[in-house]
Design a binder for this molecule. Structure first.
Ligand SMILES: Cc1cc2nc3c(=O)[nH]c(=O)nc-3n(C[C@H](O)[C@H](O)[C@H](O)COP(=O)(O)OP(=O)(O)OC[C@H]3O[C@@H](n4cnc5c(N)ncnc54)[C@H](O)[C@@H]3O)c2cc1C
Length: 305
């Protein structure tokens, strides 16, 4: 067994109530199934546990990163030193506030939240059913699909600051735009969000969710590990169409490839490394640029070791 690092010893002693895993493979927590070991991975169950972790990190000068469901992240092969705070299924819980508003905690998946809303006869989250990330990850990057986006339903967001305090931001405070929120530029962790929805018959909501899920299954390579759309939508075009027109469907680097089914997805054919995916994304971006003059930028968050 590997000797415990100073951080691993200190955090276990300081926060005995918080679930901590040392040298946990990031590949177990990312939809790409890629990534080396995290020095410390913590799973806070409550906002208080999350605040305690942040205060510990501040006092000990430990760098940390937040992981939701890991469906938009490429984690490095070398793994990560420091602390990874994993929120999926940890900061859990949903409640109906009044009438057409619900509060959802950050670790709940978007699909679970959409199903919960449907059960209350509240529409507006149909687009989110099938996005495999958490509500925290979805708010962080204003996730969207089929014409819907978080910004359309978000009333407010509780954001934990590095000192453990919580600020409530209104939707306009969040500075949402295409796959962006203010949290990309400043520290802050989504603890929960209030969504304002619209009363709608449950069977209509469920029919719409089924229709959108069938569209996903028909067009996306859901049978292979990926992190969703690899590139942002460029101004004046669609990434998948440009990649397809450049003849890159099936283009492969090591175990990583451009999906044959949907050119916008980079997939792990088996045994792909982060280095394979990075090289694939770079080469695709260069080839599309040479072909069209349009530069594709990654939508996937590329975590550095
Ligand atoms: C098959 C497939 C289909 C997809 N389809 C879509 C789609 O239709 N539309 C779409 O928008 N996306 C789609 N995605 C991408 C992904 O699901 C979304 O981006 C999702 O919002 C990411 O959430 P996550 O919890 O997995 O975040 P992660 O991948 O874990 O993290 C992404 C970023 O968010 C940050 N983050 C996560 N949680 C928090 C938090 N609580 N507070 C602050 N920061 C946080 C992380 O630090 C990281 O920088 C798809 C992915 C896959 C694999």
């Amino acid at each position: 067994m590997m000797k415990m690092t100073e951080l691993q010893q200190k955090i276990t002693a300081a926060l005995p109530a918080v679930k901590i895993l040392n040298w946990e493979p990031l590949s177990r927590h990312t939809s790409f199934h890629i990534g080396g070991a995290a020095e410390v991975m913590a799973f806070p169950k409550t906002p208080d546990e999350l605040a305690a972790l942040l205060r510990f990190a501040g006092e000990e000068n430990v760098k940390y990163a937040i992981l939701g469901a890991g469906t938009n992240v490429l984690a490095p092969d070398e793994g990560l030193s420091g602390l990874i705070i994993c929120l999926k299924d940890c900061l859990d819980g949903m409640e109906q506030l009044d009438g057409d508003r619900i509060r959802v905690f950050a670790g709940v998946t978007m699909t679970r939240a959409a199903v919960y809303a449907a059960g209350l006869g509240l529409g507006g989250m149909e687009f989110a059913h099938g996005i495999p990330g958490t509500v925290g990850g979805g708010v962080y990057m204003n996730a969207g699909a089929y014409g819907g986006e978080i910004v359309q339903i978000c009333e407010s967001v509780d954001v934990m600051q590095p000192d453990g305090s919580i600020l409530t931001y209104s939707c306009s405070d969040m500075d949402f735009s295409y796959r962006h929120s203010r949290l990309e530029e400043e520290p802050g962790i989504v603890v929960s969000a209030v969504f304002k929805l619209t009363p709608k018959p449950e069977d209509e909501i469920r029919a719409m969710m089924r229709e959108l899920m069938n569209k996903r299954k028909a067009s996306q390579p859901l049978e292979l590990p990926s992190a969703g759309s690899a590139f942002k939508r460029p101004v004046g075009g669609f990434a998948a169409a440009l990649i397809d027109q450049a003849g890159l469907k099936g283009f492969q680097v090591g175990g990583a490839a451009v999906s044959e089914k949907h050119a916008g997805f980079a997939v792990n054919l088996g045994g792909a490394t982060a280095a394979d995916v990075l090289s694939l994304l770079e080469q695709v971006s260069d080839k599309v640029f040479a072909f069209s003059g349009i530069r594709l930028e990654p939508e996937i968050r590329l975590w550095k070791p």
